[in-house]
Write a protein that binds this ligand. Structure first.
Ligand code: TXA
Ligand code: MG
Length: 293
């Protein structure tokens, strides 16, 4: 199906992606169509092997160091594009986002395909990323021809995205590779500069139910749900526990599934308990703030 220009949902170690031939503009257009994604939002290109890096981008020594250290894995590098990358992939920007997935099924598919695959998260635009095949089905049923079920995703939130500058890294999206992991290799800074980040839209990762973040959640009404980090859920209509053992990694893995269940429970408000902003907690809180916006 990929060779014929169709899109296919594939598991990765972060979230499920909707993949298509990254070098075919027509195939990539099918991704935008299935997701209702605006053409102004560029795609991440997933490469089968490291030798593709040089063909697609201008890779600085720092970029190569990061690729060797963190690939395959949940780190996306934004680098100057080469001419081979179609405009539809970059949304006309001069940079392209590249990563190499460590998921064994994704790897097998992309290596057999032997070309890069463009793959955004396999959800409708602006909605919660899928971490199981069933989530993909609920988002894109009838719009895509195939989902490869690889079980639940290990990380559960999307890759860290960094804009690689000569001697510095700009974190465009926090994720499983943390600021501390990256600081070993270069200075790290946050915030907007130099590169357009459409996914930085405030409304990303949104459930349909209103969501607020509180330090010490208490119910405001009879049909409130709790997204719990330490609380026991007394007084709440429904509670989803992110990690009974206070493990941030487990909380990340469970986050989107828990949000989906609460969103489907007919609640009038979801109250998310604030998590500690250390390690992957930074990425979890960023997703919760966007869900609340
Ligand atoms: O973990 C992940 O990264 C997953 C899996 C499937 O690989 N993919 C993913 O893709 O999260 P997507 O499209 O849902 O999110 C990618 C984000 C978007 O917000 C997009 O705007 C941004 O990356 N992006 C893509 N190319 C960019 C570029 N050249 N410069 C800046 N931001 C870019
Ligand atoms: Mg996405």
């Amino acid at each position: 199906m990929l060779a014929e220009g169709f899109s296919v949902a594939l598991p990765t170690e972060t979230v499920y992606g909707l993949a298509a031939d990254a070098l075919s503009p027509a195939a990539c257009a099918r991704i935008f169509e299935a997701k209702d994604r605006p053409l102004s939002d560029p795609l991440i290109v997933h490469i089968p092997s490291l030798d593709w890096l040089d063909r697609l981008v201008v890779a600085s020594p720092l970029a190569l160091t990061l690729a060797e250290k963190f690939w395959p894995g949940p780190l996306t590098l934004v680098l100057p594009r080469k001419i081979m990358v179609p405009d539809i992939v970059t949304a006309g920007q001069e940079t392209v986002a590249v990563r190499m997935s460590s998921h064994p099924i994704f790897q097998k598919v992309v290596q057999n395909f032997a070309k890069p695959l463009a793959a955004p998260s396999a959800n409708r635009f602006g909605r919660i990323s899928p971490t199981t095949a069933a989530h993909v089905l609920s988002e894109l049923d009838g719009r895509i021809g195939l989902i490869l079920d690889g079980g639940p995703c290990t990380h559960g939130i999307e890759s860290t995205i960094v804009h690689v500058l000569d001697d510095r890294l700009q974190i465009l999206r926090p994720g499983p590779i943390t600021e501390d992991d990256l600081r070993i290799f270069a200075n790290v800074f946050h915030g907007p500069a130099g590169v357009a980040t459409p996914g930085g839209l405030m409304s990303h990762y949104a459930p349909r139910t209103k969501l607020v973040i509180e330090e010490n959640p208490t119910p405001h009404g009879p049909r409130n749900g709790l997204l719990s980090w330490t609380r026991n859920g007394t007084g709440f209509y429904q509670t989803e526990f992110l990690s009974q053992s206070n493990n941030l990694q487990e909380a990340a893995t469970r986050l989107y599934g828990a949000m989906r269940r609460l969103d489907g429970a007919g609640l009038d408000l979801i109250i998310a308990e604030a998590l500690p902003e250390s390690g992957i907690g930074v990425a979890i809180m960023e997703r919760l703030r966007k869900a609340a916006a």
